[in-house]
Design a protein around this ligand. Sequence first.
Ligand code: PLP
Length: 404
Amino acid sequence: MLDIQKIRADFPILSQTVNGKPLVYFDNGATSQKPQIVIDAIEKYYQEINANIHRGVHTLSQLATDAYEISRGKVQQHINAKFTHEVLFTPGTTHGINLVTNGFASILKPGDEVLVSALEHHSNIVPWQMLCEKTGAVLKVIPMNEDGELIMDAFDALLSEKTKVVTVNHISNALGIINPIKYIIEKAHAVGAAVLIDGAQAVPHLKPDVQDLDCDFYVFSGHKMCGPTGTGILYGKEAWLNKLPPYQGGGEMIKEVTFEKTTYADLPHKFEAGTPNIAGGIVLGTAIDYLNNIGFDNIQEHEEELLEYATKRLLEIEGLRIYGTGKNKASVVSFNIDGIHPYDIGSIIDKLGIAVRTGHHCAQPIMNFFCIPGTIRASFSFYNTKEEIDLMVDAVKKAKTMLS
Ligand SMILES: *Cc1c(COP(=O)(O)O)cnc(C)c1O
């Protein structure tokens, strides 16, 4: 069992008051809070070893390079990638997806098909639409049911030898549904399609094993897993990363440059043009260490309790509907109250110190499916408590009384 009060003491922001009330932070799906050890590590980097990496023979440059590469190794171990050079540092999930879609522009032909799921975040829809526009490939959508689950029969029926890429999130940010990605990957591979998994919402809750999953690409952001903003990872299988052209040209990604011809650097540097977020990359490793010290089994156990409790307590409220009622879920509850706009509830409970997300959660197609403008989304982290859920439920009840 986790000592939640002890864990909460690691996060200075959690002891703040907002609008005169103790902060209840339930917007972890948008970004997580940062433990002191992560905040300290950023300061320590700039105070002690700040230098550009992979360039200088001088001592600080060596220290910074070593720390950056050690962090890459931590990520490799954490996600169980076969090689460290399959782990690319990026500014985040969005960048990682665009890197891949940009590369596929030279691979896809007119009439090829790209399958995306109905549950995707805009950043895993729009880059594929842009790719299809550029190449003449066709975008097809894996549909979902009323519980917010992808319909696997429909997915099977969409697959053919025309399918070149399948992309789906590991966990939906809008509804919290955990997708059957292992099945999806296996089926997609059977027709020769590559698979990209958007793991942005998964990595705060679980430890992905990319070799076991056998996905071709797995992308995520650091800021949703206790790391700094502007950090992220693109895992790609070596063969795919060798096949894709570079995303950006510049320093660091080259072997030799003449005006006649430039040869590219080996992996991972081929995809890491320019000076990266060095402090961020190093500190992402600190965040991963922090999470592993707490333990993902403990995190999941606590979060499942929070999910179950929040679902039960919220359903006490008359007229409240939860979206995403499928069985396999992470600690996210998306809901509305009959006849009340989600934004109105969000604004009132903010005055009571409760931070939730309201709106379409960058997933407008899901909102269109349910014919709603948006939802109120409470997304829980391992540092949240049942007492905080009680505060939210009281606040939502109060808002409902005021608005109806
Ligand atoms: C947050 C999120 C993204 C985008 O991540 P950025 O850090 O904004 O690039 C993509 N997909 C999902 C499922 C997300 O939750």
